[in-house]
Write a protein that binds this ligand. Structure first.
Ligand code: PLP
Length: 371
């Protein structure tokens, strides 16, 4: 949809894109300065495949400070984005016939990576009424001897759902009985969370399971660094080594300049994040209120990230499916992503990573398009 919106704009149409998955804020200036300094210092050569020792130390600091996960640098690796860490972890461990449990709606790349690795996607459907979270009973019923991974994403894309500590402990209790199941916890949106208290993550809630948990994070979302392409992961050493072996034959080390920038991101001031969170929270509340005022649309209040998953089920009789609805909205000048792209149905995702005035105009267009 982002590409289609760009195309239409090139034809002179006025299109507002609410389909992007990146913050609209500028990358913090100390991060940009660190990238410039790395270039000036000639840091333009290969680095160790899984990142420099400085980046691994900085990532370990991030895992401890922001997620509460204590790891040594031998349990940390860096790649060209959270996406690549996830891809390599799955590719390094999955065999044909293996099953991977993915709560739906899901982030679009999870099922593709699983299928690329030759394994089968087993969706775990969630609902708005259930907070878009799986239950322990649902997990227990879905695990088979072929289950190799459970993918968890909190805060989640596209739902903004956040898993709370007690639920993670319940999920952990189920997992204890199934030692063949690994867990990939994608916490990349953790710094962009609107709930109070500390961030809950499985490796902290169930430390006895840490030997089979890979936690993925990065700087793309938290520091508006999507173009730098740096992701980090921590987990058991055997898995980290396997991911690095794979990476050594695919892309090699992540960009040396970006690594220096990511060190500054993790080690530098984090206080700007409070302002970003507040700005996102204000926009979120405005979007949810406007959506819930449109007949046929409804949205729960997302607890993290910068997305709303809007339910449009009452409008399906009129439009047929959510792709048709998304195209109709595009005709009226707003690009959103149909929920079916995320393994959902009858709705669409709005990214509220746009300025308040732009969001306001987009919401007016959506309201008009559906009148
Ligand atoms: C849930 C989730 N995980 C991981 C990523 C990957 O981020 P990146 O590869 O840009 O670091 C994204 C990006 O959209 C995401 O939404």
């Amino acid at each position: 949809m982002t590409d289609r919106a760009t195309e239409l704009r090139a034809q002179g149409r006025d299109i507002i894109s609410l389909s992007v998955g990146e913050p609209d804020f500028a990358t913090p200036s100390h991060v940009v300065a660190a990238a410039n300094a790395a270039l000036d210092a000639g840091q333009t050569r290969y680095t160790p495949v899984g990142g420099t020792a400085a980046l691994k130390r900085a990532a370990a600091l991030h895992f401890a400070r922001d997620l509460g996960i204590q790891v040594g640098i031998e349990q940390v690796t860096a790649s060209a984005g959270g996406k690549q860490s996830i891809f390599h972890a799955l590719l390094a461990t999955l065999d044909p016939g293996d099953e991977v449990l993915i709560p739906a709606p899901w982030w679009v790349s999870y099922p593709e990576a699983v299928r690329f690795a030759g394994a089968e996607v087993v969706p775990l459907p969630t609902t708005a009424a259930g907070g878009f979270r799986i239950s322990a009973a649902q997990l227990a019923a879905a695990i088979t001897p072929r289950t190799r991974w459970l993918l968890l994403n909190s805060p989640g894309n596209p739902t903004g759902a956040v898993y709370f500590a007690a639920l993670l402990r319940d999920l952990g209790e189920v997992l204890r009985a199934h030692p063949q199941v690994m867990v990939l916890s994608d916490d990349i949106y953790a710094p962009l969370r609107y709930t109070l208290g500390r961030h809950a993550t499985l490796a902290v809630e169930c430390p006895d399971l840490a030997g089979r948990i890979l936690t993925v994070s990065g700087v793309s979302k938290s520091h508006a660094m999507t173009g730098f392409r740096i992701g980090v992961a921590c987990g058991p050493e055997w898995l980290i080594r396997a991911m690095e072996r794979l990476q050594s034959h695919s892309s090699g080390n992540p960009c040396s300049i970006s690594q220096a920038a990511a060190v500054a991101a993790f080690e530098g001031p984090q206080d700007f994040l409070a302002d970003w969170r507040e700005a996102f929270r204000v926009r979120r509340d405005a979007v949810v209120a406007a959506i819930n005022a449109v007949p046929g649309l409804s949205s729960p209040v997302p607890e993290g990230a910068f997305y709303c998953l809007v339910d449009a089920a009452p409008l399906m009789a009129r439009f047929g499916d959510d792709e048709a609805l998304a195209l109709h909205l595009l005709d009226h000048g707003v690009a959103v992503v149909a929920a079916s792209a995320f393994g959902g149905s009858a709705g669409f995702r709005i990214s509220f990573a746009a300025e308040a005035a732009v969001l306001d105009e987009a919401l007016q267009r959506i309201t008009k398009a559906l009148q």
